[in-house]
Write a protein that binds this ligand. Sequence first.
Ligand code: TXA
Ligand code: MG
Length: 345
Amino acid sequence: MKTKILKIKIPTDRKILIAAKIIQRGDLVAFPTETVYGLGANALSAKSVRKIFVAKKRPFDDPLIVHVSNEEQVYELAKGVNLRSKLLMDNFWPGPLTLVLEKSKKVPSITTGGLRTVAIRMPAHKIAHALIEKAKVPIAAPSANLFGKPSPTNARDVFEDLNGRIDCIIDGGTTTIGVESTILDVSSQRAVLLRPGKISTEQIEKIIGKIDQHTLIKKKGFNKGQRGGQVAKAPGMKYKHYAPQGFVILIEESTNFWTQVRSILPHYKNKKVGIITSTKGKKHHGAVVKFLGKTPQMAARNIFKIFREFDRKGVEVAIVQGISEKGLGAAVMNRVRKAADKIEG
Ligand code: TXA
Ligand code: MG
């Protein structure tokens, strides 16, 4: 299959219609959102959604997020949308918050990986919004990477993974946030944070009060590593994710980082080593050193980009300096911990 690339800068560009038609005829379009690029298909067509799993080589039990352009679509897709969900939508949509709700019959079971719930979000990105609107259907879209690889933050990343496997890529430039949306399960009485993202726990709690943190997110659980037998609440969370090809070592405690690096390096003498640090301008003999960024925002924008750069350079061991978990820092650390493979199913 030849992958068509549409360069689109503004949401009124008529090329959006070409992409919308591809969705309508049941095929796949990768498109930018404010978080990462998504790989979209008509969420209501089982046949179309199946193509997403095949193109990404994604396991069928890992459910997708359904993207909407207006609130009416939520009521079509979900049941039991109560005041709490409504408050969250009013405060954070359009934007990087995904809500897990009880699904309606309209949503094919393949879209939700067989679950009785459906994950929904209304993206803030103008091109994503225009695409959903013109396609006139909700769009199921996981991140537009091959399964297990870092999420794509620009069209080139998508091309690298999916060229020849999908029909179309909308090139709308680099995404601004750089890590995936916050996922909040509001399908039962206690709201549970399933994945940290740009919308923080504090922001959510200001609106709906105390929420639970899923055990796979809690720091202690990660450090100890989860043992087999535990059912992952967000099914995607049980898989190794977001990872570069190389082996990832996360040094959680960021003080003495360079001392620790010096003690680790002799063990990897014959390997290509990459280092991700929050110290600007640092060099280290024999290693590729990348600056993660001064702020949590910059770190979020850079983390997947650097993982992908390491892959291009053939980095075999990546040593990462932990950052503070304030704001987006929590999301960045969550992704790095997963890449460091601290979670088992
Ligand atoms: O920012 C984002 O959320 C991006 C953009 C494209 O919107 N999308 C994204 O999708 O990150 P994906 O598939 O890479 O991650 C979706 C996560 C998976 O871990 C999946 O298990 C979880 O959402 N998920 C989806 N439906 C769920 C459900 N019904 N219950 C619990 N978790 C669910
Ligand atoms: Mg993903």
